[in-house]
Design a protein around this ligand. Structure first.
Ligand code: F6P
Length: 308
């Protein structure tokens, strides 16, 4: 592959890194944006590590929206039992329009102050980090960001919580699609998530041996794609898989199918949009391991303390 997939999105400076965490009595955490398998494991790791160190922990329901609406719950070790293996997020998630306005953020900060919260851990993706960065700068509240998104489009980490699980979901779905594609001699366009980023498409596409992988980071040249399909046809290849990221510049899988069929009618084509199935399910063991390690490491880094 002669190109790089970009990772340029917002980096949340971890303002709670300077040993502040050690002196805080009460912290809060929330999940926000698109949920990702492994967020629950992360919640558990943070709550248990903080509790072990004698901190009071509050969960904020529905991300930034819950912060505005005052949806705070007390959490302890017991409240995070039996969630490490569950997809979704027990703290729920939302994308808050109100938080994009200063008035909304002000309301949120008043609730943070009212609840005596001294620092916040935000688990989420690009939008979450952008909001958190603005919030900490405006109100001088220390925050730590934990990268949680299936899209993997965050700076400063090789892998985000949920990415690995989503990849496994895609690969296992495409393997099944390949069986029926082969049985009927069809060309399948499989659309995977990634509005702005092609990580899921790229990795899964390589993993399943896709004929072509179309991602937002690179221009899609339809002529090249059609020429390749023609060559394959001449070589007696009768079924193929093309993986398309939903945000590809040439359009989603349906649009690409339309463009293929307009100029090349040898294959019978089908589209399969995998959609939100990629966001669900139990996290892969590596995903569960990651947040536990993160919480322990973060604490060690911030407090230079021995962690259980
Ligand atoms: O940010 C993660 C993500 O799954 C993207 O890949 C996708 O484009 C988007 O969320 C879908 O969001 P929603 O579930 O709000 O429609």
């Amino acid at each position: 592959m002669g190109f790089k997939v970009r990772k340029y999105y917002c980096q949340l400076p971890s303002t709670a890194n300077n040993c502040q965490l050690k002196h805080m009595n009460k912290i809060a955490l929330f999940t926000s944006g698109g949920d990702a398998p492994g967020m629950n494991a992360c919640i558990r790791a943070i709550v248990r590590t903080a509790s072990y160190h004698g901190k009071e922990v509050m969960g904020i329901m529905r991300g930034f929206q819950g912060m505005i609406d005052g949806e705070f719950i007390a959490m302890d070790s017991n409240s995070v039992s039996n969630i490490i293996q569950r997809g979704g997020t027990i703290l729920k998630s939302a994308r808050s329009k109100e938080f994009m306005e200063y008035e909304g953020r002000k309301k949120a900060f008043e609730n943070i102050r009212k609840n005596g919260i001294e620092g916040i851990v935000a688990i989420g993706g690009d939008g979450t980090f952008t909001g958190a960065k603005i919030f900490q700068e405006e109100f001088n509240i220390p925050m730590i960001g934990v990268p949680g998104t299936i899209d993997n489009d965050l700076f400063g980490t090789d892998s985000t919580i949920g990415y690995d699980t989503a990849l496994n979901t895609v690969v296992s779905a495409v393997d099944k699609i390949r069986d029926t594609a082969d049985a009927h001699d069809r060309l399948f366009l499989v659309e995977v998530m990634g509005r702005d980023a092609g990580f899921i498409a790229l990795r899964s596409g390589i993993g399943v041996g896709a004929e072509a992988i179309l991602i937002p980071e690179t221009k899609t040249y339809m002529d090249e794609l059609l020429a390749k399909l023609e060559r394959n046809w001449q070589n007696k290849k009768r079924s193929s898989i093309i993986v398309v990221a939903e945000g590809d510049d040439a359009g989603g899988a349906y649009e690409i199918e339309r463009q293929i069929n307009a100029k090349f009618n040898r294959y019978e084509t089908k589209v399969s949009v995998l959609g939100h199935v990629q966001r669900g399910g139990a996290p892969q063991p590596t995903t569960g391991f990651w947040p536990v390690n993160w919480a322990r490491g973060q604490w060690r880094h911030c407090c230079k303390e021995k962690v259980m």
